[in-house]
Every structure is written in structure tokens, then in C-alpha cells.
Ligand binder design. Sequence first.
Ligand SMILES: Nc1nc2c(ncn2[C@@H]2O[C@H](COP(=O)(O)OP(=O)(O)OP(=O)(O)O)[C@@H](O)[C@H]2O)c(=O)[nH]1
Ligand SMILES: [Mg+2]
Length: 293
Amino acid sequence: MKEKKTGFVALIGRPSSGKSTLLNKLCGYKASIVSKHPQTTRFLVKGIYNDDSSQIIFIDSPGFHNFNSNLNRGLSNLAVRNTENADVILYVVDTTREFGREEEDIINKIKPLERITIVVLNKIDLENSDMEIKNRVLEKLAPVGVVEFSALKGKNPDKIINLIKKNLQIGPMYFPEDYVTDQSIPFRITEVVREKIFQLTKEEVPHSCYAEVEELKVNEDKIEARCAVFVENESQKGIIIGSKGSMIKMIGVKARYDLENIFERRVNLFLNVKVHKDWRKKDEFLKKMFDIS
Ligand SMILES: Nc1nc2c(ncn2[C@@H]2O[C@H](COP(=O)(O)OP(=O)(O)OP(=O)(O)O)[C@@H](O)[C@H]2O)c(=O)[nH]1
Ligand SMILES: [Mg+2]
């Protein structure tokens, strides 16, 4: 068997800088959920890129930002932990934002690791994209490469892939060649449901939700799942259900559509909205749920 270059690439960047969008573009497959709200990603989500000469395992992480709650602090710690074990760090910079405290904090965390780092200057398709931030980053960090890109509109991420390959070693295959992600079926279901909630609701509501698959039947031609959506209080429950159930219905329709594409079979999805009072304030629960402390 031909030897391949393999390794782990950790994405890090401030919330909404486009990490998950970029991971999906690099993998050529939607492995990680995306929305316009910051803090969409809550877990270390893997997407796997395979070609004749390499296997690259990308690990998405929650946006790193200033701590203002236990959940955010936990998510930011998770993002940093992600970079500590990686062969290469892919630092995604939002060029429509000013260099601020978040960039400074990220650089202070990754610099001492002395890992191979590649900087992606993202969102160059937008009018307010400003390369001044590039100079600010490069004053503090010495990456092996800097690529200007649009994770949303860019057609060809080869430049980033090639740069990564150049910096990986020949190594073991971590996953079978036809794997595009290591995510379980229930995890994919809850993530897609969460994505729809992030895309269809606003302000605190998407952040107050988590989802859990309570019953699952997987057949060759059909998947049937009962999935609970938990919110923090009755008023959020009312918003998620919507007038005469219109919102939860829309979440279900859109999630099912995506899941049928992902699993390539029919999906029956039953959503049930429940209250888990103030779950984001319960440290023990957060620890268990998000593997964070
Ligand atoms: N115009 C434009 N929009 C982008 C680009 N990359 C990402 N976006 C948008 O920015 C928003 C956030 O993208 P995500 O990929 O969810 O960002 P993220 O860094 O994973 O965010 P968190 O998981 O919340 O930290 C979405 O609305 C994307 O469509 C880009 O290159 N150009
Ligand atoms: Mg994300």
C-alpha cells in the first residue's frame, strides 16, 4: 500500500470567523454545522479529507472568545485543548473584524505551543474585508503560510490543502479511506437539529437549546429518530414550538431534508420540546454534556 502523509489539523479562531464553513469546504462535505450566530459549534467536530497521498483529519472547535459564562469559558478551553494535540494549527482570522482582544488571546494561547501554524485570512469576498489585520497577526505570530480565502465563496481550497500536506509527515491511516467523519448517527442528528434552530431563531433562543436523541431505529432504507430539544424556560419553549407548532415543524422539515441527504435514506424525525431549567448554569451538567470544566 502506498504510504501517505497523515495528521490532525485543529481549527481555531474567534466566534463566527468561519471555521466550520472552512472545514466543510476543505473536506468537500458538510461535516460541521454553520450559522450566523457566534458560538454555533459546541463540540470538537471532525471532518476527514482523503486523497491519493494524504489523510488529513480536521478538527473544528468552538469560537474562542472572552469569557462571560461558564459555558463560554468551557467552550474556549475546549478550543485551546484542540490545538494542543494537533500536528498543524489552522488559525482562521475574520478580516472584516478589527484585530481585538480575541485575536490577542488566541495568539497568546497558541504561540507557546510552537506548533506549525497556517493562517487563513477569511471572508475576503466581503467589501469590508481589510488586510490590516494580517499585519497585526504577523507582528505576533510566525506561521508557515498565510492564505487569503473566502470559505463561503472560494472555489478552490487547494492552496490550503497543499500547504498542510507540505507540513505533514508520512504516518499511519487513522480512519478507513472512505470515512468522511467519525460522527455517530445520533450526534449528526442532534447537530443538524441544532443548526436549524440556530438558523431559524435569534438572540438567546438558539444558545438556550441542546438536543438529545432519545430513541433511534436504523434500517438500511430508513432511519427513525425521536429527538428532544431542551430549552431553559417556558418562554423559550413557546418560541421553539411557535404559533400552532409552526416553528418546530419548520425545524423538523429542514432538519429531515438535510439528514436524508447525509444518510442517503428516508428519515422520520419526531421532535419534542422540553424544559431543562437553567441548564447552562449547571456546572455538573455542562461537564457531562460538553466534556468541559
Ligand atoms: N461572506 C462570507 N461569509 C462567511 C465566510 N465564511 C463564513 N461565513 C459566514 O459567517 C458565519 C459564521 O460561519 P461559521 O462557519 O459558522 O463560523 P464559526 O467560526 O464556525 O463560528 P462558531 O462555531 O460560532 O465559532 C456564517 O453565516 C457563514 O456563512 C466567508 O468567507 N465569506
Ligand atoms: Mg463553528
